[in-house]
Design a protein around this ligand. Structure first.
Ligand SMILES: Cc1cc2nc3c(=O)[nH]c(=O)nc-3n(C[C@H](O)[C@H](O)[C@H](O)COP(=O)(O)OP(=O)(O)OC[C@H]3O[C@@H](n4cnc5c(N)ncnc54)[C@H](O)[C@@H]3O)c2cc1C
Length: 424
């Protein structure tokens, strides 16, 4: 790659920083729109994060209609309206199919490559970029982004040298899973150019617990349970699914989803675990009465065995103020009612969230008020565009986060190409 001094010739119309979902889509769409494009990726390969998405299968998008999509975006959903309108899930799947990676729809509208291989998604986008003439530079980290006096963008490389371009698209991702390359550089580039970055924290992340009992259950998975949460009288979450006890507290699909609904002060949320979501409170009590009659000469642990995994019994009994060894025939009616209530609503005392580095996505980012939603261009600096997780938008699990990266990436790419060609 020819990088020279500040007086170097203009390298291309559009420089894209970051070779993740948003960056590759930006580069592709900018090239399709007729711009000359260079994509800079600091890793030795493209799409390192895509590779680990959907447990290696890549839940590439979701077929939800727009309104349902917005319901899965807890912060700033309307900012995405134009981006999703111009490039939706059908555009993503049609493009992937055209590039040799057909997709299939699974439960909950989740879309995966037919091959079940996340690497096929990256391979398709890489092939598309190559065919469209995008110059991809791997092992190339950007150290700073600034606007030169002549109005061109100057992209300085860590290894030395500067690239000059009409436009730059910052698609550097968030700050979670930094081993994939998303170390938060884009926030610095944004701040250096007058942007505000909202507070960064994790979303879709495990939760720490302030109770001794549950942490003793490390490794135990509960299936078909319901977790609900409320702040005061306001219900903020209620879903069925699977959760996992860990050394720090709780995790698993249900808990990750819950984390993106929690308020900044997570301790305000009253989180309850329903271990018998298919039964009403009354039915649970009837079931307990029946078990108590049949096991009258046994210990409470024998009854609990019929209601939950064996490891959970002693901890559950303790949380109910009893011991698993208590003889069933000595348990009072009041205690039985307590057991029933706790089976339907065991409080989980959430103390905090695991660190941002462990989160599936970053909550917070470049303030969306400073970005034009119809182009993804900065309102602060002409010719500076942002796409993907670096923005202050995040979504629930289900393919929504990748669709956001693809939609904002496509819009940034098309808009940057139009801007560059207009200012030639
Ligand atoms: C374990 C896990 C599973 C997930 N599963 C799913 C899923 O199934 N479905 C879904 O929708 N979402 C999923 N997500 C979320 C989704 O992967 C991200 O939201 C999405 O990949 C963000 O794309 P991006 O292009 O904005 O950022 P990234 O994919 O993080 O890409 C940013 C790129 O920029 C590069 N970069 C950063 N700084 C520089 C620099 N200074 N110079 C040059 N290059 C730089 C990085 O190396 C990186 O390659 C998952 C996330 C994780 C962590």
């Amino acid at each position: 790659m020819n990088t020279g001094s500040m007086s170097a010739r203009i390298a291309c119309d559009v420089v894209v920083i970051g070779g993740g979902a948003a960056g590759m889509m930006s580069a592709l769409q900018a090239a399709y729109a007729g711009a000359s494009v260079i994509l800079l990726e600091k890793n030795e390969k493209l799409g390192k994060k895509i590779y680990i998405t959907g447990k290696g299968r890549c839940n590439v998008t979701n077929v939800a209609e727009l309104e349902e999509f917005f319901q899965n975006v807890p912060r700033n959903p309307r900012f995405l309206q134009a981006a999703l309108h111009q490039f939706d899930h059908e555009d993503v799947t049609a493009l992937l199919e055209m590039l040799g990676t057909p997709t299939k729809v699974e439960r909950g509208g989740r879309v995966f490559p037919v091959s079940d291989k996340a690497s096929d998604v990256t391979r398709a986008l890489a092939r598309g970029m190559r065919d469209a003439g995008v110059q991809v530079e791997l092992n190339t980290a950007v150290s700073s982004v600034r606007r030169g006096e002549d109005g061109l963008w100057e992209i300085a490389l860590t290894a030395g040298g500067v690239l000059r371009a009409q436009c730059v698209i910052v698609a550097t991702g968030g700050a979670s899973y930094p081993s994939t390359g998303s170390t938060g550089d884009g926030y610095r580039f944004a701040r250096d150019n007058g942007h505000t970055v909202t507070e960064l924290r994790g979303s879709l992340v495990g939760l720490t617990i302030d109770q001794k009992g549950p942490t003793l259950l490390q490794g135990l998975a509960l299936k078909n349970v319901r977790v609900s949460a409320a702040v005061g009288k306001n219900k903020i979450f209620d879903e069925l699914g699977e959760m996992l006890f860990t050394h720090f507290g709780v995790s698993g699909p249900l808990i990750l989803s819950l984390s993106s609904h929690l308020p900044d002060d997570v301790t305000q949320a009253n989180v309850l675990l329903d271990m018998k979501p298919g039964l009403t409170q009354e039915q649970v009590d009837q079931r307990l009465q029946r078990e108590f009659t049949e096991n009258a000469r046994k210990q409470l642990s024998s009854v609990l065995l019929t209601l939950m995994p064996a490891r959970m019994g002693p901890v559950f009994a303790q949380l109910c103020g009893m011991t698993a060894e208590s003889p069933v025939n000595q348990i009072t009616r009041e205690q039985r009612l307590t057991l029933g209530r706790m089976l339907k609503a065991l409080p989980l005392e959430i103390a905090g969230m695991r660190p941002l580095e462990e989160a599936i996505v970053t909550r917070g980012g470049i303030h969306v008020r400073e970005i034009t939603p119809g182009t993804m261009m900065s309102r602060v600096q002409d010719g500076l565009f942002f796409a993907g997780e670096v923005l202050d938008v995040d979504a629930h699990t289900g393919g929504f986060n990748l669709q956001i990266a693809f939609s904002t990436g496509a819009l940034a790419g098309k808009s940057a190409a139009a801007f560059a060609l207009e200012h030639m």
